[in-house]
Design a protein around this ligand. Structure first.
Ligand SMILES: [Cu+2]
Length: 495
């Protein structure tokens, strides 16, 4: 295994420990604040005994991503050392729109060798992440954790354990996309202004498509679950053949911060025999609603979503924390181990395929602090449209570029009902805002605050948010290949 890969693995979680030490010190320095440097790099990784070239976002000391504190600005210098254009989105944060990292909407692409500075206030603590919003770079692991701690976190006695999940392929993602679409051109955000004449509803000829692979993903009325075949599933860059072992103290507690950084994979998080308490979803604190159980062992985690799960009083032993792909037996994970625990090998495949993700979490959890009740000033409907045949995906029947922006006005309470008219579920992500899930299939509820929600096959999900962050904001399916095919629109503030 290459040295740099080992080094970077060790450094994955070091940020939290350093941060704890920093938080214990009073702020005495009067020196001018310097930005945290983040470098987009190429690095090598060994997966299933084979070398792969992937991206990374690292600090000069090799730490992946950023761990910071509320009360501090998000002050970052992003340097592009990847040898190709890129742009990084701060997923879940609510920056001014020109710092949101979406090519064509926020900023031009960052040229190789160039740097951008970002500086904006952090609104809240939580588990976030950062990833490329350009082309298919996210499939090449151009992503990293972005953790915002509340100083009070250090007094809970819970130790942070960050787990970044990825789906992985040895193939060139462009080749996968070309197979899916039958050679259709990929949407390029950065040329949005010129792409208004994009023909709509064009269908590819399914050239090179493996029909049997599609059929395997069909499970009754839940539609197709997986449309891309992948080579491995990673937790902090490692498979279950060589998992990360996190040393933990017996009878102490852990706060899992699990990020689904996959390009096209929904996971079930499986705590095995451990009982977990869901502390937050997508970085927003939540609690069990009504009579829902406080403790759970399985949690749905759609693409780009995060869950923070507390494990109190860990028993002595080895405890696998697993993520299993929906509709599949494939899984990945890490192992929490107390001193001298016997660590058994966990197979990379479970005995049974995991079912389709559900909205049980949205039905069972409510925000820790409810947003003020208020009637909607504006109600919008968004149809999720398209199909697997020819890999045509869009919103309201249109591809990005030919899309009609969703208008909002500063100060409004906005509700958007998303209606899935396709044969796949879609994890829908709104930039620049935190929304509440307020209805499922027309039934009102006080669901959690999120930035991404899964809209199941035949399902309707309504989100509500207060329009308080002016600009043009991306609103898209977080399945990377669906987005690349055009499943994206914008929410735009009227003057
Ligand atoms: Cu989708």
């Amino acid at each position: 295994m290459p040295m740099n890969s080992r080094f970077s693995r060790r450094r994955f979680l070091a940020g939290s420990a350093a941060l704890a030490a920093a938080a214990a010190l009073p702020c005495l320095s009067r020196a001018a604040p310097a930005p945290t440097v983040l470098r987009v790099v190429k690095r090598s990784l060994e997966v299933n005994g084979r070398a792969a070239s992937v991206f990374g976002i690292v600090q000069p000391d090799g730490a992946h991503g950023v761990a910071t504190l509320t009360g501090m600005p998000f002050f970052v210098r992003l340097e592009n050392q990847a040898g190709e254009e890129t742009l990084v989105h701060w997923h879940g944060l609510t920056p001014p729109s020109d710092q949101d990292g979406v090519p064509g909407l926020s900023q031009p692409l960052l040229a190789p060798g160039a740097a951008y500075e970002y500086n904006f206030p952090l609104q809240r603590a939580g588990t976030f992440w950062m990833h490329s919003h350009h082309g298919l770079q996210e499939q090449g692991l151009l992503a990293a954790p972005l953790i915002v701690n509340d100083p009070i976190d250090f007094f809970t006695g819970l130790r942070d354990v960050v787990i970044l999940l990825h789906d992985f392929t040895f193939r060139d993602p462009q080749e996968i996309f070309a197979e899916l679409t039958g050679g259709m051109a990929m949407m390029d955000h950065s040329t949005m202004g010129q792409s208004q004449k994009m023909p709509m509803g064009e269908s590819g000829d399914m050239a090179g498509m493996d029909h049997s692979a599609l059929d395997q993903g069909t499970m009754g009325n839940i539609g197709h679950l997986n449309d891309v075949e992948l080579d491995a599933y990673l937790a902090n860059d490692r498979t279950l053949d060589d998992p990360e072992i996190v040393a933990v103290e017996p009878h102490r507690g852990v706060r899992l911060r699990i990020i689904n950084g996959s390009a096209s994979t929904n996971f079930w998080i499986d705590l095995g025999a451990l009982d977990g308490v869901l502390l937050a979803a997508d970085g927003s604190d939540c609690r069990a609603a009504g009579a829902a159980a406080q403790l759970a062992r399985r949690f749905p985690l759609a693409m780009s979503q995060r869950v923070d799960i507390a494990l109190y009083r860990l028993p002595p032993g080895a405890h696998p924390i697993l993520a299993q792909r929906e509709g599949d037996t494939a899984r990945t994970g890490i192992i929490l181990a107390t001193p001298n625990a016997t660590i058994a090998r966990v197979p990379t495949h479970a005995a049974e395929p995991a079912p389709a993700l559900t909205l049980d979490l949205e039905r069972s959890f409510t925000p820790r602090t409810l947003p003020p009740a208020r009637a909607a000033d504006r109600r919008l409907t968004l149809d999720l449209t398209g199909n697997m045949m020819g890999f045509v995906w869009g919103l309201n029947g249109r591809k990005f570029g030919a899309h009609q922006p969703l208008p909002v006005r500063q100060g409004e309470r906005v509700e958007i009902e998303m209606v899935n008219r396709t044969d796949m579920s879609h994890p829908m992500h709104l930039h620049g805002h935190t929304f509440q899930v307020v209805a499922i299939d027309g039934q009102r509820l006080n669901g959690p605050l999120r930035d991404t929600v899964l809209v199941p096959v035949n399902g309707r999900v309504t989100i509500a948010f207060d329009a308080g962050n002016p600009g043009r904001w991306a609103f898209h399916c977080h399945n990377l290949y669906h987005m690349a095919a055009g499943m994206m629109t914008t929410v735009e503030y009227e003057a």
